[in-house]
Design a binder for this molecule. Structure first.
Ligand SMILES: Cc1cc2nc3c(=O)[nH]c(=O)nc-3n(C[C@H](O)[C@H](O)[C@H](O)COP(=O)(O)O)c2cc1C
Length: 192
């Protein structure tokens, strides 16, 4: 566990969440996964449009799981292929009347934040990956027009860091760091 060192006492599951690359060889029960997706579904969204969609595969769903691995960029494949679950997060980019939904990506991020917070409460860890081939993903999963791939999420129980090879081992052990709250939030106006 790589607990965050915070200035203020933020909620435990926010502190506890981090992005590992080593996962235990333990499957995620389907009921647990359903719970995590239900948490995602309770996110706020513009017009209650709920523009999030997910395609997921357990490692035992060999064919689809391998398709997801193949969509990842080479820097993510060596460790993500050992995750028990891979989840492709998608955004429905337009309302049903054809108007673009300018909040779609925002709202998918909201749902993914819920997903990962619920997962953390269940002792699961997730690693979001923007490093994947979007054109290939669209083709491989035959995504219809208007469904945009956002991230692929590796999800599972935490494994031993020592299972990783370099450069991933060092990254797994590196301390976590964040900008100070005073450097991201400004009362009344941005600094001069
Ligand atoms: C949209 C998004 C894309 C990311 N893409 C990758 C990726 O392709 N590969 C990777 O190893 N980590 C990726 N990350 C993980 C970030 O590097 C990580 O969240 C960040 O360094 C903060 O670390 P923490 O999540 O452990 O707090 C991504 C995270 C997000 C939210």
């Amino acid at each position: 566990m790589k607990d965050a060192t915070t200035v203020y006492p933020v909620q435990e599951n926010i502190r506890k969440r981090w992005s590992p690359r080593s996962f235990a060889n333990k499957p995620v029960d389907q009921e647990i996964l359903n719970q995590v997706f239900e948490a995602a579904s309770w996110a706020a969204s513009a017009m209650n449009e709920q523009p999030w969609r997910y395609i997921y595969a357990h490692r035992s769903d060999e064919e689809t799981f391998q398709k997801l691995v193949d969509c990842l960029l080479p820097g993510n494949q060596p460790w993500a292929k050992n995750a028990p679950v891979l989840i492709l997060s998608l955004a429905k980019t337009h309302y049903d009347n054809g108007t673009p939904n300018g909040a779609a990506l925002h709202d998918v991020g909201m749902a993914n934040a819920n997903l990962i917070t619920e997962a953390t409460a269940l002792d699961l860890y997730g690693h979001f990956m923007g490093g994947f081939d979007r054109a290939k993903t669209t083709e491989v999963f035959q995504l219809p027009e208007g469904l945009q791939p956002v991230v692929i999420i590796a999800l599972g129980y935490m494994g031993e860091a020592e299972l990783l090879e370099e450069p991933f081992l060092s990254r797994e052990k590196a301390p976590r760091a964040r900008k100070h709250h005073a450097d991201i939030a400004f009362n009344q106006h941005l600094p001069a």
